[in-house]
Design a protein around this ligand. Sequence first.
Ligand SMILES: [Zn+2]
Length: 55
Amino acid sequence: MMVQNIEEEINQTKNHLASLKNCLKEIQQNCDHQFKGNNNYEKCVKCNKTEALYY
Ligand SMILES: [Zn+2]
């Protein structure tokens, strides 16, 4: 594999990852959260967003 090809693939993967993260963020922002958790954190059962609980 050529170095250029690898770099190109890395960049494409980064872009893909960024768009996935945006997508997830948008879902989590629009989610009507339903948190369920333990002592350390709560996790939304709908979108998997986690929220740490500090004491
Ligand atoms: Zn949620």
